[in-house]
Design a protein. Structure first.
Length: 312
């Protein structure tokens, strides 16, 4: 451990994500599901600032996001990340974390996971523990399925619980327009609704796979950098249960697709909706139309890099 010349505050930026493909396996005996997903990191970021302290603390600032309901005790994922790193590295002090939130809370875009990934990298830099990316990835996987991807960024295939990552080739940039939710949803509740949905429609749908895989046409579309091809292959097993729990999302999807989106998809467990545009002009027109319909809209691009130290 080397803290000579260590900065007084470290700023790390980590991206939110879109699941451009998400297939969910059958529920297992422990109540969890294996998944096969194609992640894309997009240019909507969490900013984490880490400063030296004798104990562990976190505060949030959110702009348009109401952060008042977020836990700031030891259950907070960013605090858990910092404590985990300290235990692994034998570090005996603490850290003061300040998090500026832009990714919606409980919105299906991995904002909490981005906070945790950023906290790992920020503390590793602040404390001079120098664990390296492989060890940080191992710690990230202990914290949650989306945390390793927030650390890695880019485009990747996730299997197992989503934390077993392999990079995916993605050419060029994709243009996305996000409709951000006013209220979040519980990811476990969406998974429970998926199980109920499958039971209700057992006679009409194929049984879920034990070990799902990502469809080849998704990988081909990403490699080609072709938004039209990708629009044809967007898929999310959690979309039907998310729409069942939040019926208003269906009208949002309709508005987007009526105003030039190539396709729309619920991101992860929702309720954020991601619309894919053909190009920048199409994304700008779609952004204007959705804003005029009184939705909270953000235009982003992907893929982008994972958690990175920012030189302020």
């Amino acid at each position: 451990m080397n803290d000579r010349g260590a900065p007084k505050t470290v700023h790390v930026r980590a991206p939110g994500k879109i699941n451009v493909f998400l297939k969910v396996g059958a529920v297992m005996s422990d109540g969890y599901h294996d998944v096969a997903t194609a992640y894309q990191a997009v240019s909507l970021y969490e900013d984490v600032f880490a400063s030296p302290a004798s104990d562990f603390s976190v505060v949030f600032e959110g702009g348009h996001i109401d952060t008042s309901g977020l836990e700031t005790d030891g259950s907070n994922l960013a605090i858990r990340a910092a404590r985990l790193l300290a235990r692994r590295a034998g570090y005996r002090e603490g850290v003061s974390l300040r998090i500026s939130k832009n990714v919606p809370i409980a919105g299906g875009m991995g904002g909490g996971s981005a906070d945790a990934a950023a906290a790992l990298l920020a503390c590793d830099t602040l404390w001079g523990t120098d664990l390296g990316r492989d060890e940080l990835h191992t710690l990230a996987a202990e914290l949650g399925a989306d945390v390793p991807f927030a650390l890695a960024g880019g485009t990747a295939i996730g299997t197992g619980r989503g934390d077993q990552l392999s990079p995916a080739l993605a050419k060029g940039q994709f243009q996305w327009v996000l409709v951000l939710p006013e209220h979040g949803v519980s990811t476990p509740e969406v998974y429970r609704e998926l199980d109920r949905h499958r039971e209700r429609h057992a006679q009409d749908i194929f049984p879920a796979q034990g070990q799902p895989t990502v469809d080849a046409d998704v990988l081909q579309a990403l490699r080609a950098g072709d938004p039209h091809m990708l629009a044809e292959s967007l898929s999310n097993d959690l979309q039907a249960p998310a729409l069942h729990l939040s019926p208003g999302l269906a009208s949002v999807l309709e508005v987007g697709e009526q105003n030039g989106a190539l396709a729309g998809i619920v991101s992860g467990s929702g309720p954020t909706i991601a619309f894919l545009a053909a190009d920048l002009d199409g994304a700008l027109e779609l952004q204007i139309a959705l804003s005029a319909a009184r939705h909270h809209v953000v235009r982003v691009t992907g893929p982008v890099a994972g958690a990175r130290v920012v030189a302020d």
